[in-house]
Ligand binder design. Structure first.
Ligand SMILES: *Cc1c(COP(=O)(O)O)cnc(C)c1O
Length: 378
């Protein structure tokens, strides 16, 4: 046990090692093989959709979403502003322009009202982000998308196991994408998934994720010698079978991991709910929050850099929340997103992972209380 309370930590162990051993013994280590097939079937139940394509990461799954939904040069895609910039980047990979929409002040997910205001004749679709895993407002977003003939994508990078009005994250838009990066709720170090209820879109994504031909595993059973033909530019966006085997174990762990994170979030609420120098994150009533991160909002005027430095000195890791995209120079956006800019300046992520002990949560809460009080006094 280290004295430092970690901001995040994966939960992996003997079961994952055993799964890797089995992949080594099978001889199929490459991507899109039998272990990927098994993982895709398992993850379909988590995401609540029939079609899953395991991918190298969430950014590649987002790129596949833009390709299969037909966003190209000259098109605009409206994106929730408060997110890791993979979301905005993915729109640019195929020559479209991301237009960032401001977010709700409570959940930091895309504000449906700000989406409507940004729609132009060039708008092709919307990417909503489930911030820290909490789903966005898909009922309202669906209405807007249908009214204007737009596609709707769910960036569910952090949202495995979350729900919205009783439906699982992954089933809330035309396409959803997940990340299995080491900082997410379930992980293989790196990894991702492209999921959809649409068989045609799924088949297209599968083809594009393996250089534009059918995966080798689909040819391996043939008794003849099928020779694929390349008729479309694809990529190598495969998840390796080693990673897929890890992910199958992680899916088995998911209920326990979610329960542990929820327990920690509830303890933070009990310990810090009455502390008036910051606001705690809000879990909206009609959705379940998977707590990929636990982000508090410091009151205006409190020096966040000073708070972070003093918490780290006390062995409590912390960080800013995620990014306001519209201020990133890459995107060249001139229109403001005031809510996103404000939380980008005031957010502080404190330790949240499934291995946190009650004692650690208590240590963090006490440190936050003391440090923020001292910094606020100046
Ligand atoms: C982590 C994250 C991504 C990127 O995921 P990778 O697997 O690293 O490509 C995209 N969107 C959001 C909202 C994320 O949090």
């Amino acid at each position: 046990m280290s004295d430092v309370v970690l901001l995040g930590q994966p939960t992996v162990g003997e079961e994952e090692i055993e799964a890797i051993r089995e992949v080594f013994a099978s001889g199929w280590l490459a991507g899109a093989g039998p272990a990927c097939k098994r993982f895709e079937e398992k993850f379909a139940a988590v995401a609540g959709v029939p079609h899953v394509v395991a991918t190298s990461n969430c950014g590649s799954a987002l790129h596949l979403a833009m390709l299969t939904l037909g966003a190209g040069p000259g098109d605009e895609v409206i994106v929730g502003d408060y997110t890791f910039p993979a979301t905005g980047h993915s729109v640019m990979y195929n020559g479209s322009k991301p237009v960032f929409a401001d977010v709700r002040p409570d959940s930091w997910t895309i504000d449906p009202a700000s989406v409507e205001a940004l729609i132009t004749p060039r708008t092709k679709g919307i990417i909503a982000v489930d911030v820290a895993g909490q789903p966005a407002d898909y009922a309202e977003l669906r209405k807007i998308a249908d009214k204007h003939g737009l596609f709707l994508v769910e960036d569910a990078a952090c949202a495995a196991g979350a729900t919205y009005q009783g439906r699982p994250a992954g089933s809330l838009a035309d396409v959803a994408v997940f990340s299995f990066h080491g900082r997410k709720g379930i992980t293989a170090g790196e990894g991702g998934a492209f999921v959809t209820a649409n068989a045609e879109i799924a088949a297209h994504a599968r083809k594009l994720h393996t250089y534009g031909i059918a995966p080798a595993v689909d040819r391996a059973a043939s008794t003849t010698l099928p020779i694929p033909e390349f008729d479309e530019l694809g990529y190598n966006y495969r998840l390796s079978d080693i990673q897929a085997a890890i992910m199958s174990v992680q899916v088995d762990r998911l209920p326990a991991l979610l329960a542990a994170r929820t327990h920690a979030a509830n303890r933070y609420q009990e310990l810090l709910g009455d502390f008036d120098l910051l606001e705690l994150p809000v879990a909206l009533a009609d959705r379940t929050h998977p707590w990929q991160a636990y982000i508090v909002t410091l009151n205006h005027g409190i020096d966040r850099g000073e708070v972070a430095m003093r918490l780290r000195e006390r062995g409590v890791q912390c960080n800013f929340g995620t990014y306001a995209s519209h201020v990133q120079p890459l995107y060249g956006q001139t229109s403001p997103c005031p809510v996103s800019a404000d939380v980008f300046a005031r957010h502080l992520a404190i330790p949240m992972h499934a291995n946190l002990t009650d004692a650690e949560v208590e240590t963090v809460a006490a440190a936050v209380r003391e440090v923020v009080t001292a910094v606020a006094k100046g």
